[in-house]
Design a protein around this ligand. Structure first.
Ligand SMILES: Cc1cc2nc3c(=O)[nH]c(=O)nc-3n(C[C@H](O)[C@H](O)[C@H](O)COP(=O)(O)O)c2cc1C
Length: 383
């Protein structure tokens, strides 16, 4: 398959698999334990059917939206993903540029390889910043201040990672950061010359946001150890209150699945709740994101915006989530496959594919305006 013939996200996934060493591909593709939640994210979206209407004049279709005060050409936001630089040199700035060109949102991870400042100057100025609340609160404060100085409009606080989920594929593959070559992998790496060349000639992989924040920047291994030691299991809503007091912009909480937590989020004044199980990478057995969405929407009851991520591989998945009350969807792997397939151009392709599929779905569903969707667009047989 050539790049030009990547007509679906699944095609981009095949290209990514072809380009990346197995251990790196499985790092992005895999999930926790038996990957039940990872698979349920996609399976539950597939199970939902539409209730199409006809004769509704769909000649003038619209998928532009406003999310957290930002105008976007589509309800797609490229979600936060660490270590994008392992897929393509300068993966974070490449993604930031592609999403800006496409007019969609982009959220930079705490664990990105490009720094907040690099992405602001070489990518786009209006990205969201994703924060992990780490043990070292001075470091957290510094990250928040840097995001404020960069002009980030939204702080996205990820709350489903008190410890890292058990990624058994990574363990089996001996996946490490930085990647270590095992004897059994020599053939695998030798058939990925393009990737090897890009990694050898591209910028050194580091966690650029954390360089000035405690870890030893010159040694990625110690930086990784530093980050692992920073997961904080004591975090509660008190920290959300603290962050609200030092963050001047909008705040989203990512990793909510339970309606009770959604209610608490609203009570603590957050502007958006992101229904997410971290793409099935944390608690295996957690509900699929799409199945958790309606309960969260009901609990929030219009008092905050509700977004979701997990399992989006088709534009029709986004339409289903919007019909069930989401105001936008984050994409993780769909964009990463594009990045690994062909850098900035691959991310562009992933966005084009999803946007086109959203447009086609709206036309065939008889619903010209994505912002006017409601549950009547979904077949009752699904519930
Ligand atoms: C390789 C990879 C790295 C990720 N890194 C982060 C991260 O640093 N912060 C975060 O909040 N979520 C992270 N996520 C989760 C994504 O933001 C998102 O919730 C998830 O990928 C959505 O599921 P999907 O991949 O099926 O679209 C990561 C996901 C992947 C696949």
């Amino acid at each position: 398959m050539t790049r030009a013939r990547a007509v679906t996200v699944a095609d981009l996934r095949s290209l990514a698999q072809r380009n990346l060493p197995k251990s790196v591909f499985e790092f992005i593709d895999g999930g926790a334990n038996d990957e039940r939640t990872l698979n349920a994210n996609m399976r539950d979206l597939e199970r939902i059917g539409f209730a199409p209407r006809v004769l509704t004049d769909v000649s003038n279709r619209r998928q532009s939206v406003q999310i957290l005060g930002q105008e976007y050409s589509s309800p797609l936001i490229f979600g936060p993903t660490g270590l994008s630089g392992l897929l393509w040199p300068d993966g974070d700035t490449a993604t930031a540029r592609a999403t800006a060109t496409a007019g969609i949102g982009y959220c930079l991870s705490t664990n990105s390889n490009g720094s907040i400042e690099q992405v602001a100057s070489h990518g786009r100025p209006d990205f969201w910043f994703q924060l992990y609340i780490q043990r070292d609160r001075a470091m957290v404060r510094t990250l928040v201040e840097r995001a404020v100085s960069a002009g980030c409009p939204v702080l996205c606080v990820t709350v489903d990672l008190p410890i890292q989920g058990p990624r058994e594929r990574d363990e089996r593959n001996g996946f490490t950061v930085p990647p270590r070559l095992h004897l059994g992998d020599v053939f695998d790496y030798a058939t990925r010359m393009g990737w090897l060349w890009r990694m050898a000639t591209g910028p050194r992989i580091t966690f650029a946001n954390l360089e000035r924040a405690g870890g030893d920047e010159s040694n990625l291994k110690t930086l990784v150890e530093h980050i692992s030691a920073q997961f904080d299991q004591t975090v509660t809503w008190k920290e959300i209150d603290w962050l609200k007091s030092i963050w001047p912009g909008r705040m989203a909480i990512k990793g909510i699945l339970n309606p009770q937590d959604a209610r608490l989020a609203v009570e603590h004044g957050v502007d958006a709740v992101i229904v997410s199980n971290h793409g099935g990478r944390q608690l295996d057995g957690a509900p699929s994101a799409i199945s958790a969405l309606p309960g969260v929407v009901e609990a929030v009851d219009g008092r905050a915006e509700v977004l979701m991520d997990g399992g989006i591989r088709r534009g029709s998945d986004v339409v289903k989530a919007m019909a069930l009350g989401a105001c936008g969807c984050l994409i993780g792997r769909a964009g990463l496959y594009g990045l690994a397939a062909n850098g900035e151009g691959g991310v562009m392709r992933a966005i084009e594919i999803l946007k086109k599929e959203i447009d086609t779905t709206l036309a065939l569903l008889g619903q010209p305006d994505i912002t006017k969707l409601d549950r009547s667009a979904i077949s009752e047989k699904c519930f």
